[in-house]
Design a protein around this ligand. Structure first.
Ligand SMILES: Cc1ncc(COP(=O)(O)O)c(C=O)c1O
Length: 407
């Protein structure tokens, strides 16, 4: 054991972000370590949803598009994201799902690099990213998806690379790509970069502008606390916006949607990447989710993420070192994975004891640390409970081996 509960509580008492926990509604008796998959419910969200549903939709009906600014919601909500990811407000939008926004930006990037035939990615990228690229390659016969091991990406970029598509923080062990160096290697070869920031935005201090990113997407429902199925964000660096064309050109990305012109004329700037009618209820929840970052310095957030995961790793290794193997590198995002041959059953036993994480095939126990609401004392306690479950083999009961659809 490397720390006492008193010491963990002292870290909470000294935590400059401790006040943010009150911005969330977390059930008593639960230690929630899955904010990297679905952010916790912000305390303000139910009220925000009720306001939009009952007063705006209910009372003001369709006039709300103008009266309550529904029509501007994708950009207005995205402006709240700007300081969180280090971009300008007019470089961001919320629209569609992560997979769909990825398709849009990937196709736009490929089209902007005619004569180049390769989308370059890594073997272990998140499956939907690879699936989207495979789908695009089927549509465009001259295009291929080339994947290489994570460490070989920079050296695989060449004059045939149209776009380098990577997930910044790996969804399994949390390994982080060096964004700035991949961007500069890609630019030196004339290629574009497209980052999936699903496991980074809202957990790490990002500087999309300063690190030379061209394009990015990411989930709204993880660390951004937008709620299940929240719209995704997309980022297009300012100088590229007029050069790129969305393949899903729709009326909301038209220069004048209500001119009802038959021919598509893209809007100026980032708005051209919209396709259809924005999901107003989902955007209301997302707006409340992003408000949980008000007044938060991202450097403090990243420092706390680091400290939480370090405490967890030390405690788990001290208590269960022989039973689990750390599967996360030192350069990692805000989640940590430990391998165990019966990871699924172990996680079900943890959940039954009120510690919620998740599992990634084949054998990873995954624990996410959301610095806005996780506390050092609960991290400490989670490690203690894991140690107990492993020592007693509490996980080895038939009920914990029954697999559900979502892991
Ligand atoms: C890296 C990454 N990209 C994309 C997704 C999901 O995309 P979508 O929101 O389209 O389901 C996830 C989901 O966990 C993810 O981890």
């Amino acid at each position: 054991m490397t720390m006492t509960l008193d010491q963990a509580q002292a870290l909470d008492a000294a935590d400059p972000l401790a006040f943010a926990r009150a911005r969330f509604r977390l059930p008593d008796g639960v230690i929630y370590l899955d904010g990297n998959s679905l952010g916790a419910l912000p305390a303000a969200t139910p009220g925000a949803l009720a306001e939009v549903a009952e007063r705006q939709w209910g009372d003001d009906l369709i006039t709300s598009w103008n009266r309550h600014g529904w029509i501007d919601a994708p950009g207005r909500v995205a402006a709240l994201l700007a300081p969180i990811v280090g971009a300008a407000p007019d470089e961001l939008l919320f629209a569609d799902s992560t997979s769909v926004t990825l398709f849009k930006l990937l196709a736009a990037a490929v089209q902007a690099r005619p004569g180049r035939s390769v989308i370059l990615s890594e073997d272990g990228n998140f499956p939907t990213d690879l699936h989207v690229a495979q789908g695009l390659a089927r549509l465009v016969p001259s295009l291929t998806l080339k994947t290489v091991p994570a460490g070989n990406v920079a050296s695989a970029i060449d004059g045939d690379t149209a776009v380098v598509m990577l997930t910044h923080v790996d969804y399994r062990g949390g390994a982080v790509h060096d964004m700035a160096s991949v961007n500069s290697a890609a630019h030196a070869a004339g290629a574009l970069t497209l980052w999936d920031l699903s496991h980074s935005a809202g957990a790490l201090a990002l500087d999309l502008a300063g690190s030379g990113c061209d394009l990015a997407v990411g989930c709204g429902y993880k660390y951004l606390n937008g709620g299940p199925g929240a719209p995704a964000f997309l980022f297009v660096a300012k100088p590229l916006q007029e050069q790129l064309h969305s393949p899903l050109s729709g009326w909301m990305g038209h220069a004048e949607p209500f001119a009802f012109e038959p021919a598509h004329r893209p809007a100026a700037g980032i708005a051209r990447f919209l396709t259809g009618t924005p999901p107003i209820l989902a955007l209301a929840a997302l707006e409340a989710g992003l408000a949980t970052f008000d007044g938060i310095a991202m450097a403090d957030l990243e420092a706390k993420s680091r400290a939480l995961s370090q405490v967890f790793i030390s405690e788990v290794e001290a208590r269960c070192g022989g039973e689990v193997r750390l599967a996360s590198p030192a350069a990692r995002g805000s989640h940590v994975a430990f391998a165990h041959p019966h990871a699924y059953a172990v996680m079900q036993a943890l959940i039954a004891r009120g510690v919620i994480g998740d599992v990634r095939a084949p054998d990873l126990l995954r624990f996410g640390f959301a610095p806005l609401y996780n506390r050092f004392a609960e991290i400490w306690r989670a490690a203690e409970i894991l140690g107990d479950i492993l020592a007693t083999r509490e996980w080895d009961q038939p009920r914990f081996h029954q697999r559900a659809k979502v892991t």
